[in-house]
Write a protein that binds this ligand. Structure first.
Ligand SMILES: CC(C)(COP(=O)(O)OP(=O)(O)OC[C@H]1O[C@@H](n2cnc3c(N)ncnc32)[C@H](O)[C@@H]1OP(=O)(O)O)[C@@H](O)C(=O)NCCC(=O)NCCS
Length: 151
């Protein structure tokens, strides 16, 4: 069955409901936090270059990822809130979301950063996309946009 990568914003927060219990079950806080910050109007992914996308298969949400302004590096965006349902991992879903977001980000930014401390899978995932380790509080990796264009 085909996968769609769609704009989550018009469908928030209901579009993430399927991912809330599974993420909480594995003690990952980023989806509950995303829903809470959206509901409170604190993080709406509506700045320049910002986006929130979900991957759907057969009408069900199986993954999510976003991009926001990076406060630490001027001219950079930051990927955030990545999560794929455990039953759908290791089949390229997060890669498809990330490639979409990074291509879009390349119109607005010269670099993309991330914080890969959320789980053991996060570091190899971001490094598979060409992100390089950096030493910076709250940021673990950075991707220069010219490398992105080669994805
Ligand atoms: C990290 C996460 C989003 C990856 O999602 P995914 O859809 O399984 O990722 P992909 O299938 O696109 O993986 C792409 C590459 O990442 C790397 N990777 C992903 N999971 C990995 C793992 N468990 N171990 C080692 N490498 C891994 C691999 O290089 C993989 O490429 P390959 O399959 O050709 O080897 C997912 O594991 C997840 O939701 N984890 C919990 C939440 C989290 O850590 N979010 C990230 C916050 S920064």
């Amino acid at each position: 069955m085909g996968m769609l990568i769609i704009d989550a914003r018009p469908l928030m927060p209901e579009v993430l409901q399927e991912l809330v219990p599974t993420s909480m079950h594995e003690n990952i806080q980023n989806i509950s936090k995303l829903v809470r910050q959206w509901t409170e109007g604190e993080s709406l992914f509506d700045g320049e270059g910002e986006e929130l996308r979900v991957a759907q298969i057969g009408g069900s949400t199986v993954g999510v990822g976003g991009v926001v302004k990076c406060r630490d590096f001027s001219g950079a965006l930051r990927v955030t809130r990545f999560y794929v349902h455990p039953e759908f991992r290791n089949r390229g879903i997060a890669t498809a979301i990330a490639v979409h977001l990074i291509k879009n980000a390349s119109q607005f930014a010269d670099a993309v950063t991330c914080n890969a401390q959320a789980s053991v899978q996060a570091t190899p995932f971001w490094e598979s996309l060409g992100f390089l380790r950096i030493e910076h509080p709250g940021i673990t990796h950075k991707l220069q946009i010219d490398k992105t264009l080669q994805i």
